[in-house]
Design a protein. Structure first.
Length: 560
């Protein structure tokens, strides 16, 4: 029996009992012919508060054209988005990771309510991408994810700059290395228009991961936000989702264990964000795919780093697009046997087939060969030890020191640490410990880009380490260890650290330890009690009550 493309929406639109529903649709401009067609939801994360998602209104119009061209009826709806960059370093940053769950929930709710036959999710800033993928996994209806695109570089004193430079300039300004006037000029120049943060930070990392996973059409996400090609990409996306619908290709058909390993390899090969660990774990839980935090280290270890992208490298995501895009990265990894090219993409073709014709721009040096990589192993490293028995995450670009041993400088809030850095109270050799910023303790697991950038900007990026049960931005660089689990709020060993305790970070041996005996740690924790929750009502309290460990993706489930 042939698959019915109106497999869901007939329940809403067909038969005498649905006359009232049809009357509502007629009142807003839909015709009898429109509602007789498959109905495609366009989940739009447009918001007028930041550049990352600012172009999605226009992109949604193009997607709708593609859906109509291919015989469907588009219906657009909106959800929210939180800018990590704007909220960074404030109480507002706690809402960012929480928004991932709310975005996923709202896409799921709207789609179940209106019984769309297929779904196109338009995404931009960091949490909208994994949220959309989580919703698709829950719904398991034909659907794709389309990324609004990266921002272009700004220009300051004759060189390319981006938001990472602004965050690091704050540290340089505090240390006396940049004047207030120069900082003002830089902040006006760094972001020249719409698009998500320009390096291989979290948004561009997750965008690439979606293509490697098979949830985004190959070649569309990497086009910058303001590039004219993005309009054509939107139309094409609308046409593609109708093809996906007619073939009845479901998200859980493509979200295999091998596809997740491909995505991890894509992140590792491009020096992507540590947030990919959190988000891919969360998606794997939604898709019921067995994946653990240790798998990221395994895959990263066997994957060479072949893309020279910021924050650890020289180039921005727009430069990767010019060089040959994710297609070139994937083609090289497939040819070297580093990823499984047989995994499916939205076109119905395999990843190997889709990327076989990747075009490499002559003379480009953004993407190097597997045979002569920038680094023999990928950037994601998982550490364990007496400070993080469930694991924690760090990223190495290849030039960081492999070991660090130093005294703990302990802070129970991010703001306290930032004040210490900008007041020049942190010294070379220190290990800055920021705790009670985990999923439950924050709540919301804030990113520490302000602190990490201030450390780098103050000239201590090579001499100071930082560890936290919170997160790092994809733009963070230096020796930074995040996602320490169990978190302090639930009595993880990080709660036992005291000022001056010696901390050891040993990347070659994958260890994070405090130089205390097990008995001493246990004794300190017996005398410990959790702080009072920072929120007792509303969305923040609900999240804290339901969220799982960072080692499980920090997802919310009733059983948690």
């Amino acid at each position: 029996m042939a698959f019915d493309p109106k497999h869901n929406s007939r329940t809403i639109t067909d038969g005498p009992t649905r006359a009232a529903a049809r009357a509502y649709y007629y009142s807003i401009g839909f015709t009898t012919e429109d509602i007789a067609k498959p109905i495609v939801g366009i989940a739009n994360t447009w918001i007028g508060t930041m550049p990352c998602n600012f172009n999605l209104r226009l992109l949604a119009e193009k997607v709708a054209v593609g859906v109509r061209n291919a015989g469907g009826t588009p219906m657009e709806f909106n959800t929210i988005a939180i800018s990590d960059g704007i909220t960074m370093g404030t109480e507002g940053m706690k809402t960012s990771l929480i928004s991932r769950e709310i975005i996923a929930d709202s896409i799921e709710l709207c789609t179940r309510g209106y019984m769309f036959d297929a779904l196109v999710c338009l995404v931009g800033c960091d949490k909208t991408i994994p949220a959309a993928s989580m919703a698709l996994a829950r719904l398991n209806i034909p659907g794709i994810i389309v990324y609004g695109g990266t921002i272009l570089a700004g220009t300051f004193k004759g060189r390319d700059v981006n938001i990472q430079d602004v965050f690091e300039a704050v540290g340089a300004n505090a240390a006396g290395g940049m004047s207030d006037e120069e900082l003002d000029l830089l902040e006006h120049a760094a972001c020249p228009g719409p698009g998500a943060c320009g390096g291989q930070f979290t948004a561009n990392t997750m965008s690439l991961a979606m293509e490697f996973l098979g949830l985004s059409p190959v070649g569309l996400n990497g086009i910058p936000a303001v590039d004219e090609r993005k309009n054509d990409a939107g139309v094409r996306a609308g046409e593609i989702v109708m093809d996906v619908l007619r073939r009845n290709q479901r998200p859980l058909d493509v979200l295999t264990r091998e596809a997740f390993e491909n995505a991890i390899a894509g992140v590792a090969a491009t020096g992507g964000s540590t947030n990919a660990v959190l988000h891919l774990l969360a998606l794997a839980r939604e898709a019921n795919v067995p994946l653990t935090i240790d798998d990221f280290d395994t895959v990263s270890t066997r994957t060479p780093m072949i893309a020279d992208l910021r924050p650890g490298g020289r180039y921005l995501a727009a430069d990767l697009d010019k060089a040959g895009g994710m297609e070139l990265v994937a083609k090289r990894l497939v040819a070297a046997g580093k990823i499984d090219g047989s995994q499916r993409t939205p076109s119905g073709k395999t990843l190997a087939e889709e990327t076989a014709s990747a075009h490499e721009t002559a003379g480009q040096d953004v993407v190097v060969t597997v045979e002569e990589p920038l680094k023999k192993t990928g950037g994601l490293v998982i550490l364990k030890g007496n400070l993080s028995p469930e694991g924690c995450v760090t990223k190495v670009a290849g030039h960081e020191r492999p070991e660090h041993r130093g005294p703990a400088r302990v802070f129970d809030h991010e703001e306290e640490a930032m004040d210490a850095v900008t007041a020049n109270l942190i010294k070379p050799g220190d290990v800055v410990v920021i705790r009670y910023e985990g999923p439950k303790g924050g709540p919301g697991m804030r990113e520490m880009l302000g602190v990490t950038s201030a450390i780098v900007g103050a000239g201590m990026g090579e001499t100071v380490a930082l560890l936290t049960d919170g997160r790092f931005s994809g733009a963070s660089r230096g020796l930074m260890v995040g996602h320490v689990a169990p978190e302090a709020f639930v009595g993880g060993p990080i709660a036992a650290i005291r000022e001056g305790d010696m901390i050891s970070i040993d990347i070659p041996n994958r260890r994070l330890d405090v130089e205390l005996s097990d008995d001493e740690i246990a004794s300190r924790l017996r005398d410990w009690s959790p702080p009072a929750p920072r929120y007792t009502t509303g969305v923040m309290a609900k999240y804290a009550a339901l969220v799982s460990s960072a080692s499980e993706g920090a997802i919310t489930r009733p059983s948690a």
